[in-house]
Design a binder for this molecule. Structure first.
Ligand code: ADP
Ligand code: ADP
Length: 223
């Protein structure tokens, strides 16, 4: 079964008139795919990501995650799926400034109920994986933009999510650093067979994905 399936998924907003930010989207994503989402500003990319990430609820249609219809779930069940299956990387890293890189990556594991020892060992392994073994005791203010984004990648992966969502994860970085982060995501995708869905404005980066999905005016035009 597909890891993600959208059937006529629609999100409407009412700004006086009703407006479809996402219009009857049909999409199937298989486990392990690395998918890029492209489209003009305001076309509905973030709306799509927020629906798949269970940060927002659709107006109509069906969303299946790992075969389960999340549109029929209670808020509590949806939160459980979000915490267990989804990892998020945003344009800005959103790390906690008063905590070290290690503590930031440990946080989701501790919240998920892991012991301190286990959280520490997983966080250390992930920070090593993203090339920050020698920076684990640094706070965000003591790290560069690219290093902080790598900490954010490690944090997103901490609870071994089946699906990793990136909303322009390289958008705030210079081209070279952005390329390195993108390469890192691709490598992690291949190594762990996790599914990656990444919004990007960078066509060169999109070209390196397994598949490019294009959205225009709330409609998926290519996939
Ligand atoms: P993108 O990520 O491609 O830039 P978005 O998904 O953020 O596009 O937005 C799609 C459209 O939906 C835009 O026209 C935007 O103004 C509108 N929109 C997004 N969020 C809201 C909201 N909370 N209320 C009203 N309109 C919204
Ligand atoms: P933008 O798309 O405007 O650059 P972000 O990508 O940072 O902004 O955030 C997009 C949306 O995701 C916002 O509506 C924000 O409320 C939500 N968001 C950001 N960070 C988190 C988070 N850590 N957990 C849940 N929702 C978040």
């Amino acid at each position: 079964i597909p890891i993600i399936e959208l059937k006529n998924l629609t999100k409407t907003y009412k700004n006086g008139v009703e407006f479809r930010a996402l219009d009857s989207a049909n999409l199937i994503i298989q486990k392990g795919e690395f998918v890029a989402i492209v489209g003009p500003s305001g076309s509905g990319k973030s709306t799509l990501m927020h629906l798949i990430g269970l940060l927002d609820t659709p107006s109509s249609g069906t969303l299946l995650i790992d075969g389960r219809d999340v549109t029929k779930m209670s808020d509590k069940e949806r939160s459980a799926v979000r915490n267990r299956m989804l990892g998020f990387i945003f344009q800005y890293h959103h790390l906690l400034p008063d905590f070290t890189a290690l503590e930031n990556v440990m946080m989701p594991l501790l919240i998920a109920g892991k012991s301190r020892d286990e959280a520490k060992s997983v966080a250390e392994k992930l920070l090593k994986e993203v090339g920050l073994a020698d920076r684990i005791d640094h706070r965000p203010g003591e790290l560069s933009g690219g290093q902080n984004q790598r900490v954010a990648v490690a944090r997103a992966l901490s609870c071994s999510p089946a699906i990793v969502l990136g909303d322009e994860p390289t958008g705030n970085l210079d081209t070279k650093t952005g390329d390195l982060i993108y390469e890192l995501l691709r490598r992690l995708n291949r190594e762990y067979n996790q599914t990656f869905i990444v919004v990007t404005h960078n066509e060169e980066l999109a070209g390196k994905a397994d598949r490019v999905i294009k959205i225009v005016d709330g409609k998926i035009t290519d996939q």
